[in-house]
Design a protein around this ligand. Sequence first.
Ligand SMILES: Cc1ncc(COP(=O)(O)O)c(C=O)c1O
Length: 379
Amino acid sequence: MPMTRAEAVIDLEALRRNLATVSSAVTGVPVMAVVKADAYGHGMTRIAQEARGAGVSWLGVALLSEARALRAAGDTGLILAWLWAPGDPDLDACVGSDVDISVSALWALSDVAASARRLGVRARVHLKVDTGLSRNGASLDEWADLVGAALAEQGSGAIDVVSVWSHLANADRPDDQSVADQRTAYEAAVAVAAEAGLPPVVRHLANTPAALGYPETRYDLVRIGIGIYGVPPATPGSASALGLTSVMTLRGRLALVKVIPAGQSVSYGSNWTAPRRTRVGLVPLGYADGVPRSASGRAQVLVNGARCPILGRVAMDQFVIDLGELVGDVRAGSDVVLFGDEATGAPTADDWAVASDTIGYEIVTRVGARVPRRYVGAR
Ligand SMILES: Cc1ncc(COP(=O)(O)O)c(C=O)c1O
């Protein structure tokens, strides 16, 4: 099908390669492929399917609705969902379809247990402890109570405690003392659970930067998101150094090519003015498609093998680029690569992150719903 305006090309072969690279780097520890937020913008059900095909035994999502959507798409494997609020309408569907559910507080434990009793099943629970991120997870002084209540529910037949887990704050920084501190707190929480009588559980703590940079955080399972999508977790260049490659390439086609006279300004706010006659191209993608407005005047795109800077502001649906001298023969319809496909010299998601004061995670995840995803490299 011809590309009309723009597309995100999702390279499934790159995904499989990244999965294999990460799996061999973590030397035998099982990988949970994190596919929340529409698989970081790559398309949740398709990425999940591909990951399962590559032998991934666990999938991780944030929301119960995401887990439910995976079940509705036919996934029957292990899925963990970790973020929900009281009254979540997808709880029964998840408990009833064997989705593993994270519990960080007594209210959540009692909601899950009540759902299991209603449905006549045993719910699979991962007890989450806050080891210093201060986000989700029971605080250390509530931990023993939560463990005690979970053991009672396990004894009553409503739940099975599958894991004790936590999440790190700073694994994307090298040699960070807080990683060691969180690990110490985590191991103490696991010990509290064992002493209270909980049988051995699956221990999981590491995300991509932890799994790759802090081997001692791998335990029994690693939760890998950004790494399988080939975007560096922190330091620019670290993904390619590890042999990971971009899965997503965001491309468009020029909607217009024209020359503007010296002295004419470009886009809202008129904050870039042509110093000379300038050949410009109109890229039909804007912040409604996830192109960060904060990249205005800062990011670059690739046209005919040459880097072209953005001129002026990114608007809702479009932005303007400088086609300069190097670009050669271009016309309406010519290809523009915003990021990905690094072998061609295109900018990376990370380059866009640097240009817009964010992280590569946000660049790929925010690519909007009106950009069609096209999958290549299927087996
Ligand atoms: C709890 C949890 N685990 C794992 C991940 C995956 O992290 P990463 O994409 O750095 O691998 C995330 C993502 O934010 C997360 O929230």
